[in-house]
Design a protein around this ligand. Structure first.
Ligand SMILES: O=C(O)C1=C[C@@H](OP(=O)(O)O)[C@@H](O)[C@H](O)C1
Ligand SMILES: C=C(OP(=O)(O)O)C(=O)O
Length: 425
């Protein structure tokens, strides 16, 4: 299957969506479990490829001498978290991934791990995978400064291994901090498993004591990033009585992407928490919205597409990190929104962007064909467009990275037709 055609389905929009569970929570729980010697009972682990890859690579275990290869495919957290874990546990490994993964920077994490005592060599380009981990001999260093504006995943990776260091670790974060809720998620899960972590956000320091994790059962929540596409479905639905139930979400979440509740209020979606999750219904939308995505970069594509199609004037800031994710997401959005007669324009050199909706300009036929650039979020962010008009999505299999059952779930609200190569028209 190389593309899917999505079209509006007749009748009322009512659906119950089980949702994938959070790959971010899952991948942290797996590292913490590994550091207890695999003694935790982890429940509701994600079926996401990123999590399944982490499980496979952790199971592969230590090699007997020569480094074996850990291929993380396109999973950023898996690359960064496992690099730290294999380094501190002294497992010789070659860490590699897809060509895009080998363009995603890792130098900040490698420098920090080297300072702590890891022997790491670059096999190709300085600062990027593939890497070779050659062993660990604790250096005694237990304070580090680390930039907070490239990827929070480096910080999460270092924090999670810190209890295994002889003197623990104090991290000082420098510069702006991106994706901070993901660092807080890491700390919350570490504390749950018995770590002693003191975060002082005013002083920008996080101190972790040397103390083993305690094995415990852990239940992973559904994925708020995956939930965002359903919010967009509701925002773009023409049925005023649209009701979608998303299962397994909680009002007090560890996931910063639960900010979608507030963002989507402005775009016309009401959230009501129930015993089982959250019920989405329609409410009046605002005409304009400004949002800083520094804390929730993975929501930017969903919200940009939704605003473009619904005609809400959207101003986005805090989207710089999108350029180093699965693809350059800013460029990908700019290219693909044009196919819907909309634009994403940088309006000031300080990284302020606007979505300008030129809707009405795109005729119903031929159906726009959206390229996905090996990025699950490009496919899922554009899919809700089908609540209003037909759209084709290239390489729909990309969703497996975080939400393998996405198309099955989408078929509950729109018509989903798989198309083989050569049949697009
Ligand atoms: O720690 C995590 O689970 C994640 C952190 C974020 O990355 P950055 O910290 O690189 O922004 C986010 O985009 C990614 O999908 C998951
Ligand atoms: C950026 C993402 O993931 P990662 O960085 O873990 O590849 C994502 O899932 O949107």
């Amino acid at each position: 299957m190389n593309a899917v055609r999505l079209s509006p389905a007749p009748g009322p929009v009512r659906a119950t969506i089980p949702l994938a569970s959070s790959k971010s929570e899952s991948n942290r729980a797996l590292i913490l479990d590994a550091l207890t010697g695999f003694r935790c009972d982890l429940r509701n682990l994600s079926t996401a490829r990123d999590t399944q890859t982490m499980i496979r690579l952790l199971k592969a275990g230590a090699s007997t001498g020569l480094p074996d290869t850990a291929d993380v495919l396109d999973a950023g957290t898996t690359m960064r978290f496992l690099t730290a874990y294999f380094a501190v546990t002294g497992q010789p490994k070659i860490m590699t991934g897809t060509p895009r993964m080998c363009e995603r920077p890792i130098g900040i994490l490698v420098d920090a791990l080297r300072t702590l005592g890891a022997d790491i060599t670059y096999l190709n380009n300085e600062g990027y995978p593939p890497l070779q981990l050659n062993g660990f001999s604790a250096s005694g260093q237990h304070t580090l400064s680390i930039r907070g504006d490239v990827s929070s995943q480096y910080i999460s990776a270092l924090l999670m291994i810190a209890p295994a260091l002889p003197q623990g670790l104090t991290l000082t974060l420098t510069g702006p901090i991106g994706s901070r809720p993901y660092i807080e998620m890491t700390i919350a899960q570490m504390v749950y498993f018995g770590a002693d972590v003191q975060a002082n956000w005013d002083e920008r320091t996080i101190t972790v004591a040397p103390q083993p994790y305690t094995p415990k059962p852990y239940q992973i929540e559904s994925d708020w990033s995956g939930a965002s596409y359903w919010y967009s479905v509701v925002a773009l639905s023409g049925d005023p009585d649209t009701t979608i139930d998303l299962l397994g979400l909680k009002p007090q979440s560890l996931q910063g992407d639960s900010a979608i509740v507030e963002i989507m209020r402005a775009l016309g979606v009401e959230s009501t928490f129930t015993d089982q999750g959250v019920r989405l219904t329609r409410r009046p939308a605002e005409s304009a919205l400004s949002w800083d995505f520094t804390d929730c970069p993975d929501l930017a594509q969903t919200v940009a597409v939704c605003a473009a199609v619904s005609g809400v004037a959207l101003t986005l800031t805090g989207i710089e990190s999108l350029k180093i994710k699965e693809t350059d997401r800013v460029l990908a959005l700019q290219t693909e929104l044009q196919k819907l007669g909309a634009e994403l324009v940088e309006v000031e050199s300080n990284h302020r962007y606007e979505v300008r909706s030129l809707t009405g300009a795109v005729p119903e036929s031929p159906t726009p064909v959206i390229d996905t650039y090996d990025d699950h979020r490009m496919a899922m962010a554009f899919a809700p467009v089908a609540m209003q008009r037909s759209v084709m999505i290239e390489e729909p299999g990309v969703v497996a990275k975080s939400y393998p059952s996405f198309w099955e779930d989408m078929a509950k609200v729109v018509t989903v037709e798989p198309l083989a190569e050569g049949t697009k028209a």
